[in-house]
Ligand binder design. Structure first.
Ligand SMILES: CC(C)(COP(=O)(O)OP(=O)(O)OC[C@H]1O[C@@H](n2cnc3c(N)ncnc32)[C@H](O)[C@@H]1OP(=O)(O)O)[C@@H](O)C(=O)NCCC(=O)NCCS
Length: 157
């Protein structure tokens, strides 16, 4: 059965969406490990977002199994009065490469547009080459770079 997209339901979907975060966070932040404290915090963020009119979440569902997720928020910055911010997008490995990530992104962008945003933005890690290719294919361009350097010596690294 081809997966379809519906609104996120915190009680019903939170466990699966939390499981997605291992891959997402550990791929984007290679030295980071998802732990209990992170999952508890993320669960609360999902709970608040699901009640917030300025945030919207959807899941991709294959029969009764959740196999993807997207989270969008409307934010105000010094530059943009109303900016659509894509906080997270995920597709389960077995459904990748079939356009579902793009479908999730399109639904999130449409919601942002309908709410008055003229632009969508997101953050991506340069080491996550698949996600960079995915976002570029969807029309996102790099406009700013976050640059980092270690300023202390950490033994073993
Ligand atoms: C990134 C992700 C959401 C893409 O989902 P997907 O359903 O596979 O993407 P789509 O099938 O909609 O791909 C759309 C386009 O993106 C590009 N793309 C997607 N996956 C790619 C990959 N692994 N390598 C290169 N390009 C890729 C392709 O150009 C593709 O279009 P095409 O197939 O016509 O060439 C998915 O790989 C994922 O969940 N990754 C783990 C979580 C993650 O890193 N999320 C991003 C957080 S910043």
């Amino acid at each position: 059965m081809a997966p379809s997209i519906r609104r996120f339901n915190w009680r019903r979907d939170k466990e699966t969406v939390l499981q997605f975060q291992y891959e997402t966070y550990e791929r984007n932040f290679p030295s980071f490990r998802v732990d209990e404290a992170f999952l508890r915090d993320y669960e609360q963020q999902l709970r608040m977002a699901a009640r917030q009119p300025a945030e919207r979440l959807w899941v991709l569902e294959d029969g009764s199994e959740v196999c993807g997720f997207v989270w969008a928020a409307l934010i105000t910055t010094m530059i943009d009065r109303c900016l659509g911010y894509i906080k997270n997008v995920y597709v389960s490995p077995q459904w990748r490469g079939q356009g579902y990530g793009q479908k999730l992104l399109s639904i999130a962008e449409q919601w942002c547009r309908d709410a008055g945003a003229e632009k969508a933005a997101l953050d991506a890690s340069v080491n996550n080459e698949e996600a960079m290719a995915f976002y570029q294919r969807a029309g996102y361009q790099v406009t700013r770079l976050r640059m980092e350097k270690p300023i202390v010596d950490i033994p073993g690294r």
